[in-house]
Write a protein that binds this ligand. Structure first.
Ligand SMILES: [Cu+2]
Length: 324
C-alpha cells in the first residue's frame, strides 16, 4: 500500500513538473481564464463530494443485510437519488455558470487585433481605433488592464485560437469572423496554441503572447509602424532576399509588398521564437529553417531552398534578424 502511494506520487509529481506557467489554464493572467479556473475548482470540489458520497452509499448498501428495504422504498430511493436530486444540482450549476458565458462588452475605442489561422502559422494585424493597421505574425502583444477584441478568422482550414492563461478557445473559420474579447491582468510572456487539428504540422502551430503595461504597449505599437532598418537594404542578405523570391510570399514594410502567402517579416528580429512558437530565435535556427523548413515542420507551406550555401543562409538569417 505504502509502496503504491509512493509510486503514484512519484508519477504525478513527474507529470506536474511538465506543467509550466506560460501555457496553463491553472496559472491565468487574464480575467476570463481566472473565472474558468474558479469554475473548474468549484466543479472539481462538487464532483469529489458527489463521488465520495456515492462510494459511501455503495459501501453501506453492500454491507447492509438483505431485505431491509421494501420494493417501494427502493423505488423511492432511486427516484430521489437518481432523478430529483441530480436534476436540482445540475440546474443549480447551470444557473450558476450561465453568467460566465456572457461576452465581455467592447467599446469602439478598444484595440482590435485580427488574427487569421494559416497552415501552420498566425497572421496578425493590429487595428487601433485611430491609427493605421500594423501587420505582424506569430506573436501577439496586448496591453494589460484594457479590453482587447480579437477578430478571428482563417485563411485555409478551420483552426482554433487558444491562449490558456487568458481565455477560453474560439474557432477560426474561413469566411467568418468570430470575436473574442479578453482582458489581460498580469504582464508577462505566455504562449498560445492551435487547438483544432488543421493538418500535418498542427501540433507545431503555437505563438508567443506578451502582455505589457498599457504605456509600454502604446509606445511599442507606434514603433511597429516604422519600417524596420531601412538602411540595411544594401547587405548581402537583403540582396539574397530580393533575388531568391522570398518577397513573393513575405512582406517587409518598405521593402516588399504586404505578405499574402507567408508571415510578415517587418519586425521579425524582435520576435523571441521562430516558425510559430516552435524554435528559439537563433541565427543557426533561422538559417537551417530557411534551407529546410520541412525538417522543422512536416507539411510546411514554404518551399525548401537547398541551393543556398551555408554562408548565404547565414547572410539571410542575419539580415532578417536585423529587422527589429
Ligand atoms: Cu491550426
Amino acid at each position: 500500500m505504502r509502496g503504491k502511494s509512493i509510486a503514484i506520487s512519484a508519477v504525478t509529481s513527474g507529470l506536474l513538473t511538465g506543467c509550466n506557467r506560460h501555457q496553463s489554464t491553472l496559472a491565468p493572467f487574464g480575467a476570463d481564464a481566472t473565472d474558468i479556473r474558479y469554475l473548474f475548482l468549484i466543479m472539481l470540489v462538487g464532483a469529489v463530494v458527489i463521488a465520495g458520497a456515492v462510494a459511501l452509499l455503495m459501501r453501506h448498501a453492500v454491507r447492509a443485510p438483505g431485505g431491509r428495504l421494501s420494493h417501494e422504498g427502493g423505488m423511492r430511493l432511486v427516484l430521489w437519488l437518481g432523478g430529483v436530486i441530480p436534476t436540482i444540482i445540475l440546474l443549480g450549476l447551470l444557473a450558476y455558470s450561465l453568467p460566465y458565458m456572457r461576452p465581455r462588452p467592447i467599446a469602439p475605442a478598444d484595440l482590435q487585433i485580427a488574427v487569421d489561422g494559416e497552415q501552420f502559422w498566425w497572421r496578425v494585424r493590429y487595428l487601433p481605433a485611430s491609427a493605421a493597421p500594423v501587420d505582424s505574425a506569430n506573436e501577439i502583444r496586448i496591453p494589460t488592464g484594457r479590453n482587447v477584441a480579437f477578430r478571428l478568422s482563417a485563411g485555409d482550414v478551420v483552426h482554433s485560437f487558444w491562449i490558456p492563461g487568458l481565455a477560453g478557445k474560439m474557432d477560426m473559420i474561413p469566411g467568418r469572423t468570430n470575436t473574442l474579447v479578453v482582458r489581460a491582468e498580469k504582464p508577462g510572456r505566455y504562449r498560445g496554441q492551435c487547438a483544432e487539428f488543421c493538418g500535418l504540422a498542427h501540433a507545431l502551430m503555437a505563438f508567443d503572447v506578451i502582455a505589457m503595461p498599457p504605456a509600454a504597449f502604446d509606445a511599442w505599437l507606434v514603433g511597429q509602424r516604422r519600417p524596420a532598418m531601412p538602411a540595411g537594404n544594401a547587405s548581402e542578405g537583403a540582396r539574397l532576399f530580393a533575388n531568391t523570391g522570398c518577397g513573393g510570399c513575405h512582406g517587409i514594410a518598405g521593402v516588399t509588398p504586404a505578405s499574402r502567402i507567408g508571415p510578415d517579416l517587418t519586425h521579425f528580429g524582435s520576435r523571441r521564437t521562430l516558425a510559430a512558437g516552435i524554435l528559439p530565435m537563433t541565427e543557426a535556427n533561422v538559417a537551417a529553417f530557411i534551407r529546410h523548413p520541412e525538417k522543422t515542420k512536416p507539411g510546411v507551406r514554404m518551399p525548401s531552398f537547398p541551393q543556398l550555401s551555408d554562408a548565404e543562409a547565414i547572410a539571410l538569417a542575419r539580415y532578417l534578424q536585423g529587422l527589429k
